[in-house]
Design a protein around this ligand. Structure first.
Ligand SMILES: Cc1cc2nc3c(=O)[nH]c(=O)nc-3n(C[C@H](O)[C@H](O)[C@H](O)COP(=O)(O)O)c2cc1C
Length: 185
């Protein structure tokens, strides 16, 4: 039977949605049953086998709705294969320092569950109607450049590796399963 995959994203100006869709297309090619949905539209995740959660960074933090989603769904997520992806303008330069800084956005939820993988992707900052002027202005004064720095080749490569791990290897245990295995005598 096809695995059910939810790719859910927080987004304010649309660029993270584009990345979520690209990930979804890769999972479809791997014959998964895929839904790509806005995080605020998801109430119940019981039916999914795999959940991939993404959010852009704003002011060094994941969007609050992404953190809230993981807090609310934490019990259900413990029974799924879970991966995260982080989108940020600082990630346009793929240095170890920038990656480490970006990973700190997960600090508020790191006790909740260990994801199977974390994708780190450059985002986009475009002066268009989806981004309110005030936010664009704040981003500018913090030194972020305009432009679309998303690298869909890297996104697809990450998604392809993840899909191979999660869909083809039946026995990738998640952390909840590992701790059960360790405590079973
Ligand atoms: C107000 C504001 C603050 C931002 N702060 C950060 C930041 O701290 N670190 C970072 O890497 N990118 C930051 N960004 C860039 C966004 O993460 C990037 O533009 C992302 O692609 C936006 O995603 P969205 O189009 O899905 O909303 C910021 C953007 C805005 C508008």
């Amino acid at each position: 039977m096809k695995k059910k995959v939810l790719i859910t994203y927080a987004s304010r100006a649309g660029s993270t949605q584009g990345i979520a869709q690209a990930i979804g297309e890769v999972f479809v090619r791997h014959e998964a049953d895929v839904e790509v949905r806005f995080i605020l539209d998801i109430k119940d995740i019981q039916t999914y086998d795999i959940v991939i959660i993404g959010s852009p960074i704003r002011d060094m933090a994941w969007l609050p709705e992404a953190i809230r989603f993981i807090n609310i769904q934490q019990q259900a997520l413990k029974h799924k294969k879970v991966a995260y992806f982080i989108v940020g303008m600082t990630l346009r330069e793929n240095t170890p320092e920038n990656c480490e800084t970006a990973l700190h956005v997960l600090d508020p939820i790191k006790q909740i569950l260990q994801p199977i993988d974390i994708g780190l992707f450059a985002g986009a900052l475009l002066r268009d109607k989806r981004l309110k002027f005030i936010w664009w202005f704040i981003a500018k004064i913090t030194g972020l450049p305009d432009g679309d720095f998303r690298n869909f080749h890297l996104v697809r490569e990450w998604a392809d590796q993840l899909a191979k791990r999660l869909l083809q290897e039946e026995s990738v245990p998640n952390i909840a399963e590992v701790s059960t295995l360790q405590t079973e005598k």
